[in-house]
Each structure stands twice: as C-alpha cells, then as structure tokens.
Design a protein around this ligand. Structure first.
Ligand SMILES: N[C@@H](CCC(=O)N[C@@H](CS)C(=O)NCC(=O)O)C(=O)O
Length: 219
C-alpha cells in the first residue's frame, strides 16, 4: 500500500520535518505534497485531507493519520524491523517520555525561535528571555541524559537514529539557527542531526522554496 505525506513548507514547518525524516532516513518509498501553510487558500486543501486542518498528514491506503507523533507511532507499528523506538525497555520508556515532552511542551522556545532553515545563524534580535533559556537548559539536559545513558553506540540520543531524534531534529536546527551557545555534548548531537543524509536533502529543498514569511524572518 502506498504512503503519501502531506507537509507544510520545508523551511518553516518543524512538525512536518519529523515523520519525513523517519521515512526518508530509512529509504521507505513515499510520495509527498508540500502545501504552503501561510496562504489562506491552503486551508481548504489541508481540510480535504484531515479534519484537524494541520500538517503533517500521512495517507496510508485507506487510513489517514495526522499529528507528527501519531504518524511516528504508526510508522513504528508498520515497520517494526526499523526499531523506530529503541528495543531496550528503559531506553524505550525514556524515548517515549522525552518525545511526548517535546511534543506537548517548550512553548516559549517554539514561539521565540521558530524553525527557519534559510536564516543566517545569529542570535535572535529580541535576545533570549528567561523562559526560553529554561527550555534550552531542559532540552540540553534531555540530550545529555539520553546520550550518557543509552547513546554510546552511535551519534544519536539512543545510539542509533530513532523516533526520538525525529522529534528533536527541529529543535536542533533552531538551536543552531539562533546561534545558541551550548556545551560540547549538545553541540555534538546537533551536528549529528545536521549530518543526516535525509536532513541534508530536506534542507536543500527548503532553501529552494520561493515563500518568505516576514513575521518569522524578522526574528
Ligand atoms: N501537534 C501537531 C501540530 C501540527 C501543526 O501545527 N502544523 C502546522 C504546520 S507546522 C499547520 O499545519 N498549520 C496550518 C494551519 O494551522 O492552518 C503535530 O504534531 O503534527
């Protein structure tokens, strides 16, 4: 059964990057359609695919799955051989917890440092407020904790590339885009995300997109 991913702009849509990375990094064949999020005419198009009206959306034969984490869970069920979640129960428990934490939290950071792959790396014009600093500290603690406990056999949070890395890849780009100073362990992880062949392909496509969003580009 063929898979199709409906995605927002690759330059800005942090949620869309996550399931795309899981499929692309594992060379799973899929079709994709990018819809310009910030064009008011796009809403009816998105709603034709999903009642939630948000992307990413996965079309899997007769099933429609929306929401980045639900799509990753679906892919983990559908392709168990990929070990999208780590096999070890303790690692799996941590991977699920931090993925859910990323999914439902870090609102100050998300608002202040939006994903913008075209932006030349530099600190945000408004500086970094204390609530955003607190989010950054917690994210780096997550990176260090997972890498120290479970990351020894590879460059990613749990060693091999996993769904947790898909969840944290967008924030890894934000930390670099806004030139946030981090310790060597966190920098090393962010570097590993940027070196993923799939991420490089996503970024190349993002840089070619014609759309610009002044509200984000001004930050
Ligand atoms: N929690 C959702 C959030 C999805 C979301 O907010 N997507 C944005 C793009 S980054 C969107 O589709 N916005 C279009 C709109 O609100 O009209 C997920 O994890 O997929």
């Amino acid at each position: 059964m063929s898979l199709k991913l409906i995605l927002g702009n690759k330059n800005y849509s942090s949620w869309s990057l996550r399931p795309w990375l899981a499929l692309a990094e594992h060379d799973i064949p899929f079709e994709e359609e990018v819809i310009h999020i910030y064009d008011p005419a796009s809403k009816p198009k998105i709603l034709r695919y999903s009642p939630a009206g948000k992307m990413p959306i996965l079309l899997d034969g007769e099933n429609t799955i929306w929401d980045s984490l639900a799509i990753l869970e679906t892919l983990a069920d559908k392709f168990p051989q990929l070990d999208l979640w780590p096999k070890d129960p303790a690692a799996r428990a941590l991977a699920r917890s931090i993925s859910a934490e990323m999914h439902s939290g870090f609102v100050p950071l998300r608002k202040a440092l939006p994903m913008n792959l075209k932006r030349t790396p530099a600190p945000p014009k408004a500086g970094i407020a204390e609530d955003v600093q607190a989010d950054i500290r917690r994210i780096c603690e997550i990176f260090r904790d997972a890498r120290t406990r479970f990351g020894a056999r590879g460059d990613f949070l749990f060693g091999a590339f996993s769904a947790a890395d898909c969840m944290f890849a967008p924030v890894a780009t934000r930390l670099r885009t806004y030139a946030v100073r981090l310790d060597a362990a966190c920098e090393g992880y962010i570097e590993a995300i940027h070196h993923l062949a799939s991420f490089e392909r996503w970024k190349e496509a993002a840089l070619k997109e014609p759309w610009a969003e002044a509200q984000y580009d001004a930050m």
